[in-house]
Design a protein around this ligand. Structure first.
Ligand SMILES: C[S@@+](CC[C@H](N)C(=O)[O-])C[C@H]1O[C@@H](n2cnc3c(N)ncnc32)[C@H](O)[C@@H]1O
Length: 332
């Protein structure tokens, strides 16, 4: 793997070595050095220097406490930490704006992210086969908030997959203090996971399905990542309606231009069946509230409130049904 300024904050060697020792994941370990060079170390990004400067500006400390099993993923500073150090940390973390998935407390700074991702976790966790001792894959993991929570549940190995370099830098902002070799995010897309891997006990696809233009291909890729009997956790936007109903927004959906398929729950269940998933369970269906996704000091751009019809919050500004999210679990 090439040495670049990113190598200061990202060391994938321990993960590659863990994967090499695993009979199923060793196939991916072989491909990773070339994938990481192409999609990360040698990739150009106009904002990268700003993000690296933000990471460089974060003060060093040994955490007095780390909490991965609480709503606010926390890396507490030493007792002797001063207000000046907190202010330095605040300014450095602001250099990684916008923070979308969280919340976090990093060195005494509360990062109130756009999303209360802990609410999603609270909805999902009770329906899962316990994660303790499992190898877990989180596709489209954003900043890695849920990866930390998976580690907090005792997962043996957590691998996130996320193409956004900013979100990788946000993950690095925590990892430099937590130093958890079994929790990693790969700067890749779902399309870079080798076919037929069959290496994970639990695979999460949360908030990704509706961004994929080929829904069956996505479900099939997810199944391919799982060992036989492994568990898929699929969380996505749905619509109310019967079997066969699906919304394919012609233009934007809640201002997003990359939203493809919003099936009804019955339709999505039938798609999972068609691809050979078993024991399919619908865990919950929830309307996204304006308190769960909102503009904050840490995400100063528009958010959900700006994307709903101001006269009728049951609709998006384009006239589609407002965001409704469902979670399914199913066995491969
Ligand atoms: C709506 S967010 C969901 C984040 C998190 N999983 C959650 O549920 O809160 C979708 C994420 O998928 C990522 N993404 C985009 N293209 C992707 C791809 N090809 N493969 C994997 N993830 C992708 C985005 O960068 C973004 O972080």
């Amino acid at each position: 793997m090439s040495q670049t300024p990113l190598s200061r904050y990202f060391n994938f060697q321990p993960l590659i070595e863990q994967m090499q020792r695993d009979s199923q994941l060793s196939v991916w370990a072989q491909q990773l050095p070339a994938q990481l060079d192409e999609h990360f170390f040698l990739r150009k990004h106009g904002d990268l220097q700003r993000w690296l400067n933000a990471l460089d500006a974060m003060p060093n400390f040994a955490p007095s406490e780390v909490h991965l099993d609480r709503s606010v993923v926390t890396v507490a500073p030493p007792q002797t930490w001063t207000n000046e150090q907190i202010a330095r940390m605040h300014d450095a973390l602001q250099g990684l704006h916008p923070w979308r998935k969280g919340p976090f407390d990093i060195g005494g700074v509360f990062v109130d992210t756009e999303w209360r991702s802990d609410w999603k976790w609270d909805r999902v966790l009770p329906g899962l086969t316990p994660l303790a001792g499992r190898k877990v894959l989180d596709i489209g993991c954003g900043s890695g908030y849920h990866c930390w929570r998976m580690a907090g549940e005792g997962a043996e190995m957590v691998v996130g997959v996320e193409p956004s370099l900013l979100f990788l830098c946000q993950f690095a902002a925590l990892q430099r203090y937590i130093k958890a070799p079994h929790v990693n995010i790969l700067p890749l897309g779902v399309q870079h996971i080798p076919a037929n891997l069959k290496g994970f006990d639990t695979t999460f696809s949360m908030g990704v399905f509706y961004h994929r233009s080929a829904p069956f291909e996505h479900l099939s890729q997810l199944k391919d990542t799982l060992r036989e009997g492994g568990e898929l956790v699929l969380e996505t936007l749905v619509i109310e309606g019967g079997l066969g109903e699906v919304l394919v927004p012609e233009g934007r959906y809640a201002s997003m231009n990359n939203v493809w398929f919003l099936p009804s729950c019955l339709t999505l269940e039938s798609w999972l069946k068609k691809l050979g998933f078993n024991d399919i369970q619908l865990l919950n269906v929830d309307k996204t509230s304006l308190l769960e996704q909102r503009t904050t000091e840490w995400m100063r751009f528009f958010s959900l409130a700006n994307y709903l019809d101001p006269d009728d919050a049951s609709k998006t500004i384009e006239g589609h049904p407002a965001p409704l999210r469902a979670t399914f679990v199913a066995k491969a």
